[in-house]
Design a protein around this ligand. Sequence first.
Ligand SMILES: [Zn+2]
Length: 131
Amino acid sequence: MGDYEVVRTDEEWRQLLTPEQYAVMRGHGTERPGSCALNHEKRPGLFSCAGCGQPLFQSTRKFESGTGWPSFNDPVEGSVATTVDRSHGMVRTEVHCARCGSHLGHVFPDGPPPTHQRYCINGVAMNFEAD
Ligand SMILES: [Zn+2]
């Protein structure tokens, strides 16, 4: 991992996160689709990183993708960074928190207007605060 503002040891991550969060956020795992209640969250509010609290996505940018994962048009500016993920025989764009480096999900160029981006994010990687 590169130079992140928030740096924790593996032991600290294990203490901070649940086992499922750790598997997703530090092990680049994927939660079972439809398994996270945040997928159904429709109230106005803000989704933030479960690893460091950084604001990631506004509820106004959330849309129902039918995938079973919370999906967004675009992130809070500067809140996420991407890498090329060549795992599982696919080339995908991996999305992680720009502040602590935790894996969040992937972004695909098949979303609705206006950005046509689909940020497909693991619900367990985020906390939600209603307005
Ligand atoms: Zn973070």
